[in-house]
Write a protein that binds this ligand. Sequence first.
Ligand code: FAD
Length: 406
Amino acid sequence: MRPLDIAVCGCGPAGLASALLLHRDGHRVRIFERFESPRPVGSGLIVQPTGLGVLAELGLCDAAQALGARIDRLFGRVMPSGRVVLDVRYSALGGGWHGVALQRTALFALLHRAAQDAGIGIDPGVEIAAVEPGGEQTALKDMSGRRLGSFDLVVDALGARSPLAAPRVRRKVLPYGALWANIPWPPEAAFNANALEQRYFRASRMAGLLPIGGSGPDQPRLAAFFWSLRRDRFPAWRARPISEWKRDVEQLWPEAAAATQGITDHDQLVFAQYDHFTLQTPCSDGLVHIGDAGRSTSPQLGQGANMALLDALALARALQSEGTLMERLLRYKSLRFWHVRLFQAASAMFTPFYQSDSQVLPFVRDWLAAPISRLPIGDMVLARLVAGMTVAPLGSSPFKVYREST
Ligand SMILES: Cc1cc2nc3c(=O)[nH]c(=O)nc-3n(C[C@H](O)[C@H](O)[C@H](O)COP(=O)(O)OP(=O)(O)OC[C@H]3O[C@@H](n4cnc5c(N)ncnc54)[C@H](O)[C@@H]3O)c2cc1C
């Protein structure tokens, strides 16, 4: 295999993991990132057994587990009745399965340190704007039109708003997003330290709490608190006193008062809006889109970072195969095809049951879907979906999903 000159654009999970894997395979890799000192944006996320499998390939799984919080269960009650309408346990798959919830800072730091240790060059403070295909090589340009170099392959890992993917994206901006804050882990008596917990009122209100571990070995343990909010209601939310919002939270979930007591200002919460799209073909001559740049969705199924890590591994495997560069990029597409399609479809289908103005969908969720999910087969199907294992994550390429030895 001839080593390639590769530009990896973006320092998120997709970009950093692919840089590490491609560098390990002998390619000459350079990373570009817009932030002066690369940093993650956002709160916390669950790395599923699929994502842990990729971190294990990178030798980072143990470190991730030491920093994060072990997640055994996803649990939700509809209020005010208190009826349990979501109860996914990884143990439905047998022993040893679990997720790990991490601060985005912690996942970023792990991957970033590994890239630095491997000696991969990172160019910070560069806002990527365009590519220019030309013969064998693809030129990369920044916002001012400056040419950053020519590469055999440009890996677009610029996230959901990538300017390199934008011309090909048919984006649907979802009506609901969420406010997120990292808070000190609240008193354990009220919350399960190994579960994502949610409370719902119909599908128009949702609050959640996810333990996310520490940003370093001796750092305090935190939780991510989130509150579903319709995009067009964000200005009204900002205009109201924060105390009124805290009353809304407490009305939905009385115990959550312990979680929100340290929130005294709107600026402590970040509003995330979500896009939904899937690129039909995530590659063209000398350019491949991975992670959220190639498809994006709401975080309802908690798969985004896992999909980004799996994309990175699939791309590395595809480039190991024989053929022209385009043939190998199309192999990347086929390795990920069914896994990506399934999760994009599942996310599009399930999100409105949890985030919409519908009165019918939450009724169906509470009185039909929830009882079915509690049946012996139903709980296994749901656990496989959440764990990212409904179809083979890397298609025909062998992949070991992480499972703790029991
Ligand atoms: C609030 C929230 C909660 C989530 N929860 C979960 C969860 O529980 N589990 C899960 O798996 N996923 C979750 N996700 C999704 C997950 O975070 C994303 O899917 C994942 O981060 C995608 O990784 P990525 O590397 O593709 O893109 P990103 O993480 O978006 O990284 C893109 C990088 O590119 C850089 N960049 C962007 N544009 C430019 C430019 N023009 N020039 C240079 N650099 C640029 C950015 O600064 C960033 O560093 C959540 C997302 C959100 C918003």
